[in-house]
Design a protein around this ligand. Sequence first.
Ligand code: F1P
Length: 356
Amino acid sequence: FMLKEIYEQPQVLGDTLHSMFNPVERTLTLPEIPFDLSAVKRVTIVACGTSFYAGSVARYWFESLARVPVDIDVASEFRYREPVMEPGGLALFISQSGETADTLAALRYCKAQGQHIVSLVNVTESSMARESDAILQTLAGPEIGVASTKAFTTQLMVLACFAVALGRARGVLSAAEEDRLSAALVEVPARASEVLNHDERIREIAEEVMHARDVLYLGRGSSYPIALEGALKLKEISYIHAEGYAAGEMKHGPIALIDEKVPVVVIAPHDSLFEKTASNVQEVVARGGKVVFFSDEHGVKKMGQNAVFTISLPTVDPFVAPILYAIPVQLLAYHIAVLKGTDVDQPRNLAKSVTV
Ligand code: F1P
């Protein structure tokens, strides 16, 4: 199922986008939100696992495009730390299943704190959807593979549209900026198909990486949660130890782990943070780390010679890069797991939905 679901992504990303975006009039229409988005002073995002990383990307989008303060936490911490919340905030819960126990408990806590409750789910007949003031939905359909793939990228698509809508409602996005962002979103399904063309090359990279005991993933800005998600995917299905780090954190500790046996997967679209990430890559290379470099034409031209493996992904507006860069990290984990002979659809110790 996992590979099938990875390959469905261009289609379900298009379906999800078109449920919110009119390509002819180039306007974004969200499902009905029964409260005033323009009055929202704070957004709190709560989720678990891969859904938490989708929320972590959304934090960058909400802050930069809507200039709204954002809190984010994993539900298993949030629900027990009893956060202080001003009534009238927007609390956003992200869950493929809509049934994850910790996320549901966090939702109920936020409701008691007078928050407007919005859930982003794949399944609208779910507990979270029922208990929410507004529902955002991916059109990915139910996901069968335990490791989340199409749910993640479609969650990102919805969150990107929501960020634009929030920016517009708060009056911080100009019409020209909204046009640029919309154009970038419209391109995503076609660019996602192009990313899938790198599948065979990623399988070749997997043949090398599969022998590692530890793998590090690095990213900066909105690529940082993609690094975290890449590491999670690899752990979940191949049982190789992997960690994601903010690229700039390397020198604060993790760089001590680097030697010629450690593959370092770098998520580096050529955006405004690229040069900073590039200097982190040089630090890794200087210590013998084997860099797997996911970038685009510009990025590969500048830094590719430092990497052992490079993949040149389509050049896109940096806004939508996290949606596209999620796909090669899914494929890398998938191929490593298949080469190692693990059951990618039913990884040991994992349940699709954690309801207790
Ligand atoms: C959250 C989640 C999934 C993960 C695994 C366990 O589920 O952590 O991201 O792949 O299946 O549960 P959900 O709240 O998004 O349904």
